[in-house]
Design a protein around this ligand. Structure first.
Ligand code: FES
Ligand SMILES: [Fe+2]
Length: 347
């Protein structure tokens, strides 16, 4: 963890959470010449891009008198503090103190960077030393898939609650009525398995009927395989089979809709979800054709997840109540507990 002069109550001190990568912005949002504020695990940060294209994530704090660098600006490829105009370069060194431009600058005059990396169109940052690489978008190297982004969606809710919702196929008829399920004819969910691997959790396929299961706006039988890749990164691969034989020509038996759901834990009860998705069908559909459906679905999820109490997810399986159809959620909670996570959970 990079050293910081801050001592702020509520900052995360859970190594299991600090030693993870989290998205903090979408790559294309951060253009050279601008500074974006954000918060990760309670810690206020700035995200900026230098003229060479490298992204930097620093504490949102000037070492001189503690002003917020996010209120500053970029000049000559340096971050200018808005209070007394000190400037910090891409190495996080102070390179200019306006009241004494010709005097040597003390080495202690610097910004506080955290590790940052771009992958799959997102800027990821970590406050610790992750043992795992950033999880790859599962469809990245699959031939024939087109990839898109949706969100960000801000949930006034716990990130683990948001991920558990993402890997839950039994809420579709009620939360996504008319899209991913039918409230008057909810699917009976057959038993499925969840396996724990070195890469997290994976379910066997869960089959559900969806009246508008993808962007073609036609009924499909959908087969979900869920993955928990990291504590706040999950994915599904969904096989979509057109139900009406008269419309079957609109697709093929190999049609798939792959989604990765990532959460930036702003704090224990505020989360920013970003979604990467890819399809290998309907080549005529554009991002603009698809985003409205994504926005509807994730806003519906957000609305229900924001109601959940207690806000922090209980990882003691004696809390709340589990049905056999909740096998993925149960495995997820058990996994969080095994990982030793304390931040954002009720032990
Ligand atoms: S507080 Fe940043 S330059 Fe003084
Ligand atoms: Fe949902």
């Amino acid at each position: 963890m990079s050293d910081t002069p801050m001592s702020v109550p509520g900052l995360c001190d859970d190594p299991a959470m600090l030693d993870e990568w989290y998205p903090v912005a979408r790559s294309r949002e951060i253009v050279a010449g601008t500074i974006a504020p954000t918060t990760l695990l309670g810690r206020d940060l700035i995200v900026w891009r230098d003229a060479a294209g490298t992204v930097h994530v620093w504490d949102d704090l000037c070492i001189h008198r503690g002003a917020r660098l996010s209120k500053g600006w970029i000049k000559d490829d340096t971050v200018v503090c808005p209070y007394h105009g000190w400037r910090f370069d891409g190495q996080a060194r102070c390179v200019h103190i306006p009241v004494a431009p010709d005097q040597p600058i003390p080495p202690k005059a610097r910004a506080f960077p955290v590790r940052a990396q771009e992958q799959d169109g997102l800027i990821w940052a970590t406050l610790g030393n992750p043992a795992h690489p950033i999880p790859a978008f599962p469809a990245r190297d699959l031939p024939g898939f087109r990839t898109f982004h949706a969100g960000p969606y801000t949930y006034r809710a716990n990130g683990f609650r948001a991920v558990e919702n993402f890997v839950d196929a039994t809420h579709f008829p009620f939360v996504h009525a008319g899209l991913n399920g039918v409230p008057d004819a909810p699917d009976i969910i057959a038993d499925y398995d969840v396996t724990q691997t070195a890469d997290g959790l994976v379910s066997s396929e869960i089959s559900v009927f969806q009246p508008v299961g993808d962007f073609r706006k036609i009924p499909v039988q959908a087969g979900y395989t869920y993955y928990c890749l990291r504590p706040l990164v999950a994915a599904f691969s969904k096989r979509v089979t057109i139900v009406d034989p008269a419309q079957a020509h609109l697709g093929s038996p190999d049609d798939r809709f792959v989604t990765m759901f990532t959460v930036q834990p702003v704090n224990e009860v505020t989360s920013i979800a970003r979604v990467i998705f890819a399809i290998n069908f309907a080549p005529d559909l554009t991002e603009l054709d698809m985003l409205p459906r994504q926005d509807v679905v994730y806003n519906q999820d957000r609305d229900i997840v924001e109601t959940q109490r207690p806000e922090r997810i209980p990882v003691d399986l004696r809390a709340e109540m589990h049905h056999r159809s909740d096998r993925m959620g149960v495995a997820y909670r058990r996994w969080l507990r095994e990982l030793g996570i304390t931040y954002g959970v009720i032990a």
